[in-house]
Design a protein. Structure first.
Length: 301
């Protein structure tokens, strides 16, 4: 980096100690009450940067997101102000897709519940569901959705998906809406972006369409699922189980979900591998360095 003036940077959300140390070498870090001279923000995929915050930071030039989600960023306001926004795509795709498969298998084969039983000196096996030969549906065919699609092929008797448009290169059945998708599949994997357009898209009707033998897996955003409706569907047997890496009000997780053996819970760890987080951090730094050096940004929105 050729600019050694240590511009003010607002650290909005937690990052790894290594990334924070690297940022501290380049910037003057602020974890709260950022000054009006702040020129950069580093946040996570769930960070909120609204017009009110932008009005407080007239010198802001770039928002570097440590993740792929940006539904908390007011893109209309950033564009109007000429503020660059970057994310860290691709480098976490495989890790999130892997976790989706892990949750799918863990729920169907009762891996967590049976682990708990063995640790409690139990040996009684509650019969699980066969994981192979299932009709698997994916809601959202972006980078992560496509990576999940590649992984589910060995398990799926049929592959179904919903996206903005049909994908001729994908050997699956296209559904224009999530209700049709849920009706057609046994396992529904949520992999679409958050934001107003997808808020509570998985509601009581969709869960009813998924049915009593159906499994829901969500590695996208908690906002896509009507969480009270999901709790009710699980309690009443409307669906058979769920594997959840994301929640409506993180880190708060409803006690009702914690109490159910047919639910596998994960602390929003989709990208939480040593390899993935290192690559994400490197891409955050690469975007910041490029901006302050006047070079094209590697992964601008």
């Amino acid at each position: 980096m050729t600019n050694h003036t240590h511009p003010d940077l607002y650290l909005l959300g937690g990052v790894s100690p290594k990334l924070e140390a690297t940022l501290a070498d380049r910037f003057t870090l602020h974890r709260k009450d950022p000054p009006v001279t702040t020129r950069a923000i580093v946040g996570g995929g769930s960070s909120v940067v609204d017009a009110t915050l932008l009005d407080r930071l007239p010198a802001l030039e770039i928002i570097a997101i440590h993740g792929v989600g940006y539904d908390g960023i007011d893109l209309t306001a950033t564009k109007a102000r000429g503020i660059a926004v970057t994310t860290t795509p691709d480098v976490l795709t495989d890790d999130v897709a892997d976790l989706a498969i892990g949750l799918m298998l863990a729920v169907q084969r009762r891996i967590v519940a049976n682990d708990r039983a063995v640790r409690g000196d139990g040996w009684q096996v509650d019969l699980a569901r066969r994981a192979s030969g299932r009709r698997i549906g994916i809601f959202g065919l972006g980078r992560i959705g496509r990576a999940i699609a590649r992984r589910v092929v060995p398990f799926a008797s049929e592959l179904h998906y919903t996206a903005r448009s049909a994908k001729p290169d994908l050997a699956g059945v296209f559904h224009a809406d999530i209700a049709s998708l849920a009706t057609a599949c046994d396992v529904l994997i949520i992999a679409a972006p958050g934001g107003g357009a997808t808020s509570h898209v998985v509601d009581a009707n969709v869960l009813g369409a998924l049915g009593g033998d159906g499994i829901l897996v969500n590695i996208a955003r908690g906002s896509l699922v009507d969480e009270p409706a999901l709790v009710a569907a699980l309690q009443t047997g409307t669906i058979a189980g769920a594997g959840l890496d994301v929640f409506a009000d993180e880190p708060a997780v409803p006690d009702a979900l914690k109490a159910m053996d047919q639910v596998v819970l994960s602390p929003h760890q989709g990208s939480a591998t040593v390899d993935g987080r290192a690559a994400m951090a490197a891409l955050v730094i690469a975007n910041l360095d490029a901006h302050f050096d006047g070079r094209p940004l590697p992964t601008a929105l």
